[in-house]
Design a binder for this molecule. Structure first.
Ligand SMILES: [Fe+2]
Ligand SMILES: [Fe+2]
Length: 474
């Protein structure tokens, strides 16, 4: 499964053997580059960045590191190797050979799944496009740019499927993916969280920790798809996604570490003093966490959803770790607990498991996110500080589904509108919090130097020193 870099579009799908497809994608390529020039990282066309590029799709040793100007990054089409004899592993078609072509009757649903996933990829690049101007270090700047080029490649991954398997509709959808804009009033991105701003680096790290992790869970369920090309492309995307979550987890971890060091050195936990010392107090970090967690909760969709049941039954989208789950993989008659609002309180009720698949995926995600939050808490504990960060209740600050009809505090208590109005600034970042974090954002672009509000990382990228010249300005 080596990647052919001699082609205009690097690929491991033998694109040269399908001239019509190759021509269609070569037609889309300049449009993608226009979009990148317009909406990609601001002011970076002439900057050399120490980036990794995929050279193979094998789990070990796929990456090559070197300086690249971002517009010259070799975006391409990389599918994980085919699994011999792979079958549909769930739903009504369980046991049939996995599909290499789109089953006609599922075409519209499959296209919708691919477009929805594809839309998130350019959206996050748009959300992050100004962050380079306020980077806390060259190391962080490089990581931002790595995430950005890989989200661009994820767009390629979905556009390949649209072009290869959906004919004219697919080509039109591929164009529309370059036309929507994050946060645009007239033509926004499809999902809410991808129209939010990512105005500062704490938001960026929270986004890559929480929202890219949603990406992981969506990709994991699509990697179980009975439609084999989708499964294979998602499996390779997941190897890239792991780095994005690392950027988020280590980024927030380093912010916490710097705050804790400052708390200990100055023997204070007073937010105002800590802010005066130029670090982000833990209460503000908790509010950012609450915001990004709750916005990401909504990305999983309605708690009870007939679409989710259809996607599963028809073999299009599985569960997280589908083949490792010990049940019948059909789920007729099975139930799953979901939350409902009853008499003004939250109540757990048993829903048909098929309809509760969004909730199941959300719960799998929450476990994973909580484990990461516990790793952050270890940093605080090590510093001898008693504060602990906590994931808010999954019903907190929801905008989608039945839970959006009530106000729920971070501990999961339904509260009156007046209580919410009174307290929500303790729970979610206020304008003043955001203004304070924004005030810390300056540009640190000297090798080995870091902004005051963030600790240096434990090690550099690809065994390079921390003070390596990760980005060169020309
Ligand atoms: Fe992505
Ligand atoms: Fe990502």
């Amino acid at each position: 499964m080596s990647i052919d870099y001699s082609e205009k579009i690097p690929n491991n799908v033998n694109l040269a053997s399908n001239k019509t497809l190759q021509r269609a994608l070569e037609h889309w390529q300049p449009e993608f580059l226009h979009w990148w020039a317009d909406m990609g990282p601001e002011g970076t066309s002439d900057v050399d960045v120490y980036l990794r590029t995929a050279i193979s799709v094998e789990p070990k040793g796929w990456a090559h590191f070197d300086y690249v100007k971002m517009p010259d990054y070799r975006w391409g089409i990389f599918l994980a190797p085919a699994e011999a004899g792979r079958r549909v592993n769930f739903g009504a078609h369980k046991g049939e050979p996995a599909w290499q072509e789109v089953p006609g009757e599922y075409r519209a649903n499959l296209r919708r799944l691919i477009v929805t996933q594809g839309d998130t990829e350019p959206a996050s690049v748009e959300q992050q496009r100004h962050l380079g101007l306020t980077c806390p270090s060259l190391y962080d700047l490089r990581n931002l740019f790595q995430v950005n080029v890989e989200e661009g490649r994820h767009l390629w991954a979905m556009v390949y499927l649209l072009h290869a398997h959906f004919g004219r509709d697919g080509r039109e959808e591929a164009e529309a993916l370059l036309e929507r804009r994050s946060g645009d009033a007239d033509n926004p991105r499809i999902l809410g969280a991808f129209n939010e701003k990512t105005p500062d680096w704490l938001s960026f790290f929270m986004f890559t920790f929480f929202t890219d992790r949603d990406g992981k869970y969506q990709l994991c369920s699509l990697a179980e798809s009975g439609f084999d090309p989708l499964a294979r492309t998602c499996r390779f995307m997941l190897t890239e996604e792991a780095h994005h979550m690392f950027v988020g987890e280590s980024g927030v971890g380093r912010v916490i570490q710097r705050t804790c060091e400052t708390m200990v050195a100055n023997r204070t936990d007073d937010p105002a003093r800590l802010r005066a010392l130029g670090v982000i107090d833990l209460a503000t970090i908790q509010r950012y966490l609450n915001f990004h967690f709750s916005v990401t909760m909504d990305l999983f969709g309605s708690d009870v959803s007939s679409n989710a049941a259809t996607f599963y039954t028809t073999g299009l989208k599985g569960r997280f770790d589908e083949t490792k789950i010990a049940d019948d993989h059909i789920l007729a008659g099975a139930t799953y607990p979901v939350l409902e609002v009853r008499d003004g309180r939250l109540a757990t009720v048993a829903a048909p498991a098929l309809n509760a698949l969004n909730e199941k995926l959300r719960d799998d995600y929450v476990k994973d996110a909580q484990a990461g939050i516990e790793r952050w808490n270890k940093i605080i504990e090590k510093a001898g500080i008693a504060v602990r960060l906590k994931a808010p209740h999954k019903a907190f600050n929801r905008k989608i589904g039945p839970l959006s009809t009530v106000r729920v505090d971070p501990d999961g208590n339904v509260v009156a509108e007046a209580d919410w109005t009174h307290h929500h600034l303790q729970w979610l970042p206020s304008t003043a919090d955001r203004a304070f974090v924004a005030s810390l954002m300056g540009r640190v672009a000297e090798p080995g130097k870091f902004a005051n509000w963030i600790a240096p990382p434990a090690r550099g990228i690809n065994n390079q020193p921390i003070a390596f010249d990760y980005v060169r300005f020309n």
